[in-house]
Design a protein around this ligand. Structure first.
Ligand SMILES: Nc1ncnc2c1ncn2[C@@H]1O[C@H](COP(=O)(O)OP(=O)(O)OP(=O)(O)O)[C@@H](O)[C@H]1O
Ligand SMILES: O=P(O)(O)OC[C@H]1O[C@](O)(CO)[C@@H](O)[C@@H]1O
Ligand SMILES: [Mg+2]
Length: 532
């Protein structure tokens, strides 16, 4: 918690010893016997409180009292009340023993919203990630497993490595299994033993040592297998779909009353997971995308009327395209799933391309793979297909867009153009993570290990306003993180590229005039409202 904020434990008349923290965790409400200490500032308020009965009042440095909500995560003692705990093994790890603050306190929280208005609510808080003073597993009792699901992402191997190293070096755990080939690997494949030696240099390679897959999530079979193999810590690395699967596993584990901690580590190249600041591997992917954009720029600069189109990943969220565009400054136009575009007529893409070619002699367009899907589907008359996980398979917007632009300029406008289409989609995610992503992966892995050892379960780890937190899985799966057209980042991009916003404007319908004054019959209202 911010050091300028003091926690004051008040004693409202009807609920004795209730500080004003509201706990949002149905399981926690059932955990009547679990106690923790609050209010270290004043010994008189250092009370052992039942978590179910906690209300705290938070007094800002300006002396005003405000409420805040802790959205808590489940703990094994929620359903195994008599579970014994032990002093953390970290006490004996020299590197940690000398730390000023060796353990995270029970009242340490991370604010979801960092910018607050003076009069507003203090908002939602999450439990701060990190080592706890007491753990619920002895080193030689732990049998952990790691599984990776969904698409690839730079840094997966680093997370695997750091979970293994973290468990081994910090907590003395040496029984760690690798589940091969995603969720279905639990029940259809053999495991591999993961030791520091086995994973030592895997962070230098892209992909996942454990292999991955889509589909195949069968909660009952997976938990049967967890039980059969006597696994008691499950580390699940994957995107939104994977986290939904992790939540189901945690729920089933709880229903069976098993002492099994389930920890989710969010992985998404699209950066489409909400709450966390950014997903690991995203920066690496953006960096790699720069290389493709640069190649396109070099190519189109060197020819007459060069048009470079670079297709980047981004199923429903155009973050890679947006960040790569902003970073590069060589991009004239960025098309993302969140911003429907149209080709013909005033304010359309054809007009913009022609204008840029006349002004600069070349143009670079970045298109996210999920952009304009309805548009492409209409023109191709295609049917919707899905992958094994139920995700819609995208139509290939890149070649379609290249062809549309080329046909329009050469056949309708009678221009000579040089089209250079570059598709580095898999290249941006099949590489090892860069330096900063590697460090980020280490923190994620260690947070997950600390959380599981401390007996937490059914949580996802991730940075929230730059502080690692334990987040209820439902918070990261309830919606998808997308580029907000009303946020400053998109405005910055539009200001940087000076591209059309493609936002429908009734005025445009009246002034439907193209570059040379010829009228185009386009139903802007219809096209402008096409959602992807
Ligand atoms: N709603 C769900 N409930 C249970 N399991 C799910 C659910 N959605 C997806 N899964 C499982 O999670 C795994 C990965 O899902 P998916 O292929 O959607 O990738 P993801 O985790 O979202 O990663 P990404 O989209 O970033 O590649 C698959 O094994 C799939 O069966
Ligand atoms: O071809 P695959 O492996 O199913 O993955 C493709 C998809 O995975 C992602 O990288 C992540 O969901 C998307 O951007 C992309 O559409
Ligand atoms: Mg997904």
């Amino acid at each position: 918690m911010d050091s300028s904020v003091s926690v004051h434990v008040s004693r409202p008349p009807s609920t004795p010893f209730l500080p004003s923290i509201r706990f949002h965790n149905r399981i926690a409400f059932r955990r009547r016997s679990v106690e923790f200490v609050l209010g270290r500032r004043s010994p008189s308020t250092s009370l052992k409180l039942r978590r179910t009965e906690v209300r705290a009042s938070c007094i800002s440095s300006r002396g005003r009292s405000e409420n805040f909500d802790l959205h808590d995560i489940p703990h094994l003692t929620d359903y195994i009340p008599d579970l014994p705990s032990y002093p953390s093994q970290l006490q004996n790890v020299p590197a940690y023993a000398i730390l000023k603050k060796q353990f995270i306190g029970p009242d340490d929280m991370v604010a979801k919203k960092i910018v607050v208005q003076g009069s507003g609510d203090r908002g939602i808080y999450y439990r701060r990630a990190g080592p706890r003073e007491r753990v619920y597993f002895k080193s030689d009792e732990v049998r952990a497993c790691i599984v990776t699901c969904g698409g690839l992402c730079p840094g997966i191997n680093t997370v695997i490595r750091e979970i293994v190293y973290g468990l081994n070096y910090m907590y003395g755990v040496d029984d760690i299994l690798g589940i091969q080939g995603g969720y279905r690997g639990f029940y259809s494949k053999n495991t591999i033993n993961l030791t520091p030696k086995v994973v030592n240099d895997i962070h230098k390679r892209g992909g996942t040592l454990l292999q991955t897959s889509r589909g195949g999530h069968d909660t009952q079979k997976i938990v049967d297998n967890i039980q059969d193999r006597m696994i008691n810590q499950v580390y699940i690395i994957g995107g939104d779909g994977t986290q939904r699967g992790a939540a189901l596993i945690a729920k089933e584990v709880e229903r069976r009353g098993l002492q099994v901690s389930v920890a989710g580590i969010p992985k998404t190249i699209d950066n489409d997971i909400v709450v966390i600041d950014k997903s690991f591997g995203f920066d690496t992917a953006v960096e790699e995308a720069q290389r493709a954009i640069n190649a396109a720029h070099v190519e189109v600069e060197s020819v007459e009327n060069g048009i470079g189109i670079v297709k980047l990943m981004g199923r429903y969220s155009g973050f890679i395209a947006v960040f790569a565009t902003l970073a590069s400054r060589d991009v004239d136009c960025c098309l993302i799933p969140e911003s429907p575009f149209y080709l013909e007529g005033h304010g359309g893409l054809f007009q913009f391309v022609e204008k840029r070619l006349k002004e600069h002699g070349h143009i670079v367009i970045v298109v996210a793979e999920g952009a304009g899907q309805d548009y492409v589907a209409q023109s191709m008359n295609a049917t919707v297909e899905k992958d094994a996980s139920g995700n819609k398979l995208l139509l290939d917007v890149g070649p379609w867009l290249s062809q549309q632009i080329k046909d329009h300029l050469t056949k309708v406008r009678k221009m000579t153009v040089n089209m250079k289409y570059i598709d580095p989609t898999y290249m941006v995610r099949a590489i090892p993570s860069n330096a900063s992503d590697n460090i980020y992966c280490t923190l994620l892995a260690h947070s997950a290990v600390h959380g599981a050892m401390a007996g937490f379960t059914g949580f996802t780890v991730g940075p929230v306003n730059n502080r690692h937190a334990y987040i209820p899985i439902s918070h990261v799966t309830e919606r998808t993180n997308t580029v907000k057209l009303t946020d400053r980042m998109w405005a910055r991009l539009l200001a940087s590229t000076n591209q059309p916003s493609f936002i429908h404007n009734d005025e445009l319908i009246k002034e439907d005039v193209d570059l040379n004054g010829a009228a185009d019959a386009v139903d802007y209202k219809k096209i402008g409202s096409t959602s992807t």
